[in-house]
Write a protein that binds this ligand. Structure first.
Ligand code: GDD
Ligand code: MG
Length: 361
């Protein structure tokens, strides 16, 4: 038996309005909730039991996954009354764990898409006899992440979450959001209060001289925290750049879900997903985008690197690029929605060009 904890309680504010009602990990990525891809990959690496650490909209997870039988793992739920932070959330699952004190327990951030060799990370942890093994990746700009410098032997020397001063940018290695904990280490996190694993637990373990190792893996890695990243992750699964056993169809230029109706005169490409009962009308182009269930892309409209919410309507000839259109919004004809624009659910907008740009006042 190998247990995994998925941290899925975050509010997902950077993905609003998509996360107004759906928790970030349940947003459909390449046709299924993102969490389903994570579970499928974990299962392929030998995980048999998954504890979902939930907070925001906890019921959405249990309604979809149930006891996990349909997904090939046993699933249990550890809801929080109020968010306990990442470390508090990990501590809160102990009453659901079956692992012994010296067994490995995998912990995943619920919003990271990666090609990590999960079984390899567990093997590293075991060989090192570590308290915790952290999966690290390298990024060009590490400032939005947890910086994790290591020595020549792979021992973690510091943990600097979201550094604010240039002096703290000591490495391009970041916490990639997956850990192997020795179970007894989880039991020692203080219970019943908010704890950040990044700001409190890891620094405390290092101060205590615990054996914390970092394993750099340069496989595909993406934090799906922003609309642009969310679309990118979906596209990369559809095109097979990052394979997922949960992809509901073949790898290819696009994924059409059951009931999707695409005109023969439309172009759908770049790893786009067309949702159930969604329509793409003639001469429309959908490139690298996610069109959710029941939405309609009108004649000659162009959708690029965007999300069109469930039941939303894009008028004919309208251009949507790098934008998020909320569920049920109705966009008029020959408009433009560009560069980071977010249209709230149900909004009705006509006769405009809207561009979100920091250098426009
Ligand atoms: N259950 C529960 N309770 N889950 C939570 C809570 C909570 O109070 N707070 C956050 N989470 C979950 C989120 O749902 C997410 O899956 C994960 O914990 C990490 O939270 P994020 O809010 O996405 O953090 P981040 O992306 O800013 O930073 C984290 O991830 C980076 C890699 O993507 C940190 O772990 C960084 O160190 C790391 O580099
Ligand atoms: Mg994140």
């Amino acid at each position: 038996m190998l247990e995994a904890v998925l941290l899925v309680g975050g509010r997902g504010t950077r993905l609003r309005p998509l996360t107004n009602n759906i928790p970030k990990p349940m947003l459909p990525v390449a046709g299924v909730p993102f969490t389903e891809h994570q579970i499928a990959r974990a299962r392929a690496a030998g995980v048999t039991r998954v504890v979902l650490s939930t907070s925001y909209r906890a019921e959405v997870f249990s309604e979809y996954f149930g006891d996990g039988a349909d997904f090939g793992v046993e699933m249990v739920y550890a809801p929080e009354e109020s968010p306990l932070g990442t470390g508090g959330a990990i501590r809160n699952v102990t009453r659901f764990l079956r692992s012994g004190p010296d067994d490995p327990v995998l912990v995943f951030n619920g919003d990271v898409l990666s090609g990590l060799d999960i079984a390899g990370l567990v093997a590293h942890w075991r060989r090192a006899g570590a308290a915790v093994a952290l999966y690290l990746t390298r990024v060009p700009d590490p400032r939005a992440f947890g910086l994790v410098p290591t020595d020549a032997d792979g021992n973690v020397t510091a943990f600097l979450e979201k550094p604010t001063s240039p002096a703290e940018i000591v490495t391009d290695q970041i916490n990639a959001g997956c850990y192997v904990f020795r179970r007894s280490v989880i039991d020692r996190i203080p219970p019943g209060r908010v704890v950040s694993v990044e700001r409190e637990t890891f620094p405390a373990l290092l101060a205590d001289g615990a054996n914390v190792i970092g394993v750099v893996d340069d496989a595909y890695w993406l934090d799906l925290g922003t609309p642009a990243a969310f679309v990118e992750g979906s596209r990369d699964i559809v095109t097979g750049r990052i394979p997922s056993p949960a992809l509901p169809g073949e790898v290819g230029r696009a994924l059409l879900l059951p009931g999707a109706d695409v005109s023969v005169d439309a172009v759908v490409a770049g790893g786009s997903v067309i949702g159930r009962d969604a329509h793409v009308d003639a001469y429309a182009t959908v490139d690298g985008s996610v069109i959710l269930d029941g939405a309609r892309v009108g004649v000659g409209a162009t959708i690029t690197a965007s999300v069109v919410g469930a039941g939303a309507v894009v008028g004919h000839g309208t251009r949507v690029s790098g934008a998020v259109i909320g569920d049920g919004a109705v966009l008029g004809a020959e408009n433009e929605f560009l560069d980071g624009v977010r249209v709230w659910p149900g909004a009705q907008i006509a006769d405009c060009t809207i561009r979100h740009s920091s250098d426009q006042s």
